[in-house]
Design a protein around this ligand. Structure first.
Ligand code: 2NL
Length: 340
């Protein structure tokens, strides 16, 4: 017993000294294995317990366990210190260095232009509506008085979805304009209606500098009693002055759309058009909502009148920023996007 305890104290002191002196985690692990591992010196001492006379075992066992607890505590403490040291920077920190800046993202130029358009219309009481991009041909064409033989409905011009083989449902298609949303809004509520519908639309065009099979559009609709072409022109003029500058002028030229009567194309003139070498540029289409369209959504055309317009957001953005190729909007090249 005396021999056993005589060995215990120096071994413990040696172990404590070695643990405390370990310069790094690898050395600490080596020290642990050397004493507490299955072939360690401390473990070897514990194995001798069994050989002691029975009456000496309790006291010796207690002394060994106390020492073991002490060693394990010293091991854990040193491990904590060394882990902290390992996690600390190797070089002293220079607090005078400039910080690492988190690059700030920006909104896509088409989103910025859309938000500007929406902000202008909201100032004069328009609400924003939205709806499905996958439509049926009723909301996209029939309700808008666009006959079955109209070229816009040709499979050459519109993306139709393949219907299930035995489907009795009407064909689904990707909307060619956001007018379909305006039809849905009118079908659901009585006038007055004063909405704009920005959104993505789809046409079977081959991509070139001025066309893309998906692009973005804003359509607007105002239905109430005694709404006139004068209201339409004043509204369009207000918004385009806000978008393109105070000296912007607009003019209406007669046109034809199946969903409006009369119909007009809208030209505008500003410093921007003159920079492009033209006095007038075509920018939008509009007109008084066709009485048949009002009837289709359940409005009495003898009571209600309205106007509507539509224009392409890409075209506005291209004129505003002097962009000569529409495809730049979709390539997500940061050298392009960072300029806006
Ligand atoms: C264009 C022409 C236009 C409309 C869109 C419209 C919507 C309803 C009823 C009647 Cl619900 N009309 N929308 C009207 C005239 C022109 O857009 O050239 N867009 C690029």
């Amino acid at each position: 017993m005396a021999g056993f305890l005589d060995q215990l104290e120096p071994l413990k002191q040696a172990a404590l000294a070695e643990l405390a002196a370990a310069p790094d985690l690898a050395a600490l692990e080596q020290a642990r294995v050397g004493y507490l591992g299955s072939n360690g010196k401390f473990t070897a001492l514990m194995k001798q317990l069994g050989a002691l006379p029975k009456e000496e075992k309790p006291a010796a066992g207690k002394a060994v366990n106390t020492a073991k607890v002490e060693l394990e505590a010293a091991l854990a403490r040193r491990r904590g210190e060394l882990e902290l040291k390992a996690a600390l920077p190797q070089e002293p920190t220079d607090f005078t260095l400039p910080g690492r800046r988190r690059p700030l993202g920006k909104l896509h130029p088409l989103t910025q232009v859309t938000e500007d358009i929406v902000r202008s219309f909201r100032k004069i009481g328009f609400a924003v509506a939205d709806g499905p991009e996958v439509e049926d041909d009723y909301h996209c064409f029939d309700a808008l008085n666009t006959p079955a033989d109209h070229p816009a409905r040709d499979t050459q011009d519109t993306f139709y979805l393949q219907p299930p083989a035995s489907s009795l449902q009407p064909p689904y298609l990707l909307r060619t304009h956001t007018s379909s949303v305006q039809i849905r809004v009118m079908a659901k509520q009585q006038p007055p209606v004063r909405i704009i519908v920005p959104g993505r639309v789809y046409r079977r065009d081959n991509a070139d500098a001025t066309h893309n099979p998906t692009f973005h559009q804003v359509e607007g609709l105002y239905v109430d009693r005694n709404v006139t072409v004068g209201d339409l022109k004043g509204t369009v003029e207000f918004v385009f002055k806000e978008l393109m500058g105070e000296e912007t002028r607009i003019r209406f030229r007669p046109h034809y759309f199946s969903y409006t009567e009369p119909s007009f194309e809208i030209d505008f003139s500003s410093a921007l058009t003159r920079k492009m070498g033209k006095e007038w540029l075509e920018i939008a289409g509009c007109g008084m909502v066709h009485p048949q369209v009002l009837e289709n959504v359940g409005y009495d055309p003898e009571v209600w009148t309205g106007w509507a317009f539509g224009f392409g957001i890409e075209r506005i953005a291209m004129i505003r920023y002097g962009i000569n190729d529409i495809r730049l909007f979709y390539e997500n090249d940061l050298r392009f996007l960072r300029q806006f």
